[in-house]
Design a protein around this ligand. Structure first.
Ligand code: HEC
Length: 145
């Protein structure tokens, strides 16, 4: 059999498949498209608390309503390895029992790159990204331990 003939038959079969599939397309069928408008979107919004914007809004409200202690506790997750789950100390000194104002002063010093103890270099990268809010939330949580 000659290869041109094989190629021609192949082309014919492929075009036949394409023709058959396009002519049997149902133009009103939306099942496989990423479209959720009208009724679909309305029911999605009902199921999702009023849509993306209000989902985001309630998330922000929950965050704003959280107490400084709760926010500090969430941040404290990255301190546990060195200061212990209850601030009892380990690699780093004990934090439990310290007043909020002291914690704030110490963290602010580390954030500014100040040398306090012999191992301050371990605290500089930890404190560097902290905002004032982060520091006061952490202080509130540590003071409540
Ligand atoms: C990699 C270990 C490590 C991590 C993680 C770490 N610390 Fe420290 N921390 C230390 C060390 C070591 C010191 C002692 C530094 C020095 O010599 O000045 C210290 C000191 C401190 C001090 C001063 C304590 C004192 O009484 O002088 C505070 C406050 C503190 N850390 C808070 C935190 C908080 C809050 C976090 C989490 C956001 C944290 N640290 C994460 C190791 C760590």
């Amino acid at each position: 059999m000659n290869t041109n003939l094989v190629a021609a038959i192949f082309m014919l079969v492929v075009s036949g498949i394409i023709w058959a599939s396009t002519t049997t397309n149902n133009p009103t069928w939306t099942g496989n498209r990423n479209i959720c408008v009208g009724e679909c979107y309305t029911s999605w919004k009902e199921a999702n608390d009023g849509g993306i914007a209000s989902l985001e809004q309630s998330k922000q409200e929950a965050l704003a309503a959280a107490s400084p202690e709760a926010l500090g506790e969430a941040y404290y997750g990255q301190c546990v390895a060195c200061h212990g789950g209850n601030g009892e100390g380990g690699i780093g000194p004990q934090l439990q029992g310290q007043a909020a104002a002291d914690i704030m002063a110490k963290l602010t010093a580390y954030r500014g790159g100040e040398q306090r103890g012999a191992q301050s270099a371990m605290m500089w990268p930890v404190a560097k990204p902290m905002s004032d809010d982060n520091i006061s939330n952490l202080a509130a949580y540590i003071a409540s331990m």
